[in-house]
Design a protein around this ligand. Structure first.
Ligand SMILES: O=C(O)[C@H](O)[C@@H](O)[C@H](O)[C@H](O)COP(=O)(O)O
Length: 250
């Protein structure tokens, strides 16, 4: 983490401008990666700003030159619910983006009809990443909770210390309770990490996440446990895409 470049912050007028900026930047990254001969792996997030972003990507994609059959899609976390549940991140992403752009390499986390329990779903997602994953993601996109969580890594929860690739959560403070999440270690195997944060309700979490890093390692770890968004960083860049409301306590 410490060898990652310092985070960059962009502040946009509101959620729509934020979503348009993220969508344009993502399509540009995917096109550049494909031009460089890579098949980019992108990690989608759940949450409300993600809906705006997904719809903007779908709207702007036709002019981008991105071949979505050569994009590999993953999620940073997923709720362990029925496949048709409105709570499923993949359901919304398919409706808002993936079906519209014709993505064909999409790796969903198992739902309650595909796995007997959330631990099995986490294990299956781990196996999928080992088989179909790349050394590093191109871009990891993450929403941030008002408590500073990212993916399904919540303040003070044991999953913050998990090694490996995936973890199961059975008592999420954000409903629904059962989820599968990538670990910090796997989330951070990425060229770029983008935090997508909109609204006054996230302003404290953003300020806590972007507070300076203490020199002391133990103090750094304590801050990361309080605000998990401090624990993610890209190897080449970390960008906070904010709006005026979520940036208002900086
Ligand atoms: O599956 C999830 O719930 C998300 O991945 C979660 O990490 C989300 O991104 C944040 O909770 C922000 O969500 P909101 O933007 O809806 O506040």
């Amino acid at each position: 983490m410490t060898d990652s470049p310092a985070p960059r912050v962009e502040v946009h007028d509101g959620p729509d401008a934020l979503a348009t900026a993220v969508a344009g930047e993502l399509l540009s990254r995917l096109a550049d990666a494909q031009d460089a001969g890579r098949e980019p792996h992108v990690v989608l997030t759940g949450g409300t700003i993600a809906v705006h972003v997904h719809r903007e990507i779908a709207r702007l994609s036709p002019d981008s030159g991105v071949d979505w059959t050569r994009v590999v899609v993953w999620w940073g976390d997923e709720r362990f619910v029925a496949p048709g549940s409105e709570d499923r991140n993949a359901l919304g992403a398919r409706a808002d983006l993936l079906d519209a752009v014709g993505a064909t390499q999409v790796h969903e986390v198992a739902s309650t009809t595909d796995a007997p329990d959330v631990a099995a779903a986490a294990a299956a997602y781990d196996a999928a990443l080992r088989e179909h994953g790349a050394d590093e993601f191109e871009v990891v996109m993450l929403g941030v909770g008002p408590d500073g969580h990212v993916a399904s890594l919540f303040p003070g929860f044991p999953q913050l210390d998990a090694d490996g690739i995936t973890v199961a959560v059975t008592d999420s403070p954000k409903p629904p309770p059962e989820r599968v999440s990538l670990t910090f270690g796997r989330l951070n195997r990425t060229r770029a990490t983008w935090l997508l944060v909109s609204g006054e309700g996230k302003a404290d979490a953003v300020a806590a996440a972007l507070a300076p890093e203490p020199d002391d390692a133990e103090a750094r770890d304590a801050l990361r446990r309080d605000t998990p968004a401090r624990g993610v960083a890209g190897q080449q860049e970390t960008v906070w895409f904010l709006d005026r409301a979520s940036a208002s306590h900086l």
